[in-house]
Design a protein around this ligand. Sequence first.
Ligand code: 2HG
Ligand code: ZN
Length: 480
Amino acid sequence: MTLGDVERAAILAALFTYSAGGRLRMPTFLDEIFSPEQIARDDDSCANWGRDWTRDRAPAPSAVVFPKTAEEVQALVRRAAETATALVPSGGRTGLSGGAVAANGEVVVSFDKMNRIVDFDATDRIARCQPGVVTGALQSFAEDRGLMYPVDFASSGSSHIGGNIATNAGGIKVIRYGLTRDWVTGLQVVTGAGELLKCNQGLTKNATGYDLRHLFVGSEGTLGFIVEAEMRLAKAAQPHRVMVLGVPQFPDLLKVLAAFQQEITLSAFEFFSQIALDKVRAHRDLAEPLSTPTNFYALLEFDDSEEDAAMAAFARVMEEGWVTDGVLSQSDAQAASLWQLREGISESIAIYTPYKNDLAVKVSALPEFLTKVTDCVQAAYPDYEVCWYGHIGDGNLHLNILKPAALSIEEFYANCGTISPQIFALVEAAGGSISAEHGVGTLKADYLQFSRSPEQIAVMRGLKSLFDPHGIMNPGKLLV
Ligand code: 2HG
Ligand code: ZN
């Protein structure tokens, strides 16, 4: 039996409407592009691949697809454009801003099967990666060759290079090695118009006008999908030492930073508050790092070869009274356990379903800014615990407000939402950013105007319609 045009159209229309189970049926063209094992639409898969680490929206995609090649991604985007099918890219799903959440019947495009390092050139020191390469896998690949991929964070064991690029991920070593953007030497991207763009192709010098590569870094999948990235690797790091210092007054943290930077090259300068330390110690059963507890702690990392100069700086900050106590790692194992005090915080507070903010101001503006934000939260909700930590050496503060056990998540988030505009007004007044390294996604999309002017947002919208004329690329994220 063959179908006439009318029957075919009716069946297609029905396939795009709600099925008896309430879920949107997957568009039929997926079967034309992918083999059956590359498509999933069962509840578990949709729940798993349809979300990131945020929990404020329930995942409800119509299907998940697992492309294996750039050609398949291109075919998918072209057919999605013809049928107005929304697509959501999915990497390691470790995002904290809802950038990879599919809550509206979209097709999730998982890059799990595009996870190979396809080529490496030792002269160029460039690894050509598919987008689904796990950050930790690229780090190990580099180490095996006596090199280093220096962008690092707690989620490097599951986050993907493609997702890192889409959010311009930062992490714990930005003070010395910069952001993901600084390590991308080439990008291949399928735009929302279905075009494959090869941007920069691994060149160091390329003065031929607009550098399109950088438009896609931090674009959160709203302009196109990354299908290949050329990542620069660095000379291997020297063995390093980790120091944890007790600093009673927050402004003194910056004096400590300056004192150490005068003597040595820091590869990390992180901080956390006593509340953050209590939570991570309880969660991971870790020992108290210093004999006397204090309000704030700094965690420093530097090359082993600079130990003497670091000790000279330590003597000075103790003498000045900025630091009350300190500990220096004597082995790699000790360095790793000191790092746990900082890297384990986010995971340890997850049980409090925290209201998260990822804020940046200039380093010099941090003390006044932190005081004002703390006062703002305490004035509105004196009972809420405020947990501060972050990458203070590059001006990035993570503000986590912890939910009191008696409150429902809905009530707590609604309460915190009422003070968000005040917090973001403080960010704006300080010339800062409402998202330092986690992206805008859905969570911060309503607040973009606190960091970007109307003129900038208009230009961003222009770029969006140029690269994604059909509005199918990660809709509802970043620009709403
Ligand atoms: C970190 O620095 C991560 O630990 C997560 O960026 C921050 O959980 C957070 O707020
Ligand atoms: Zn962070």
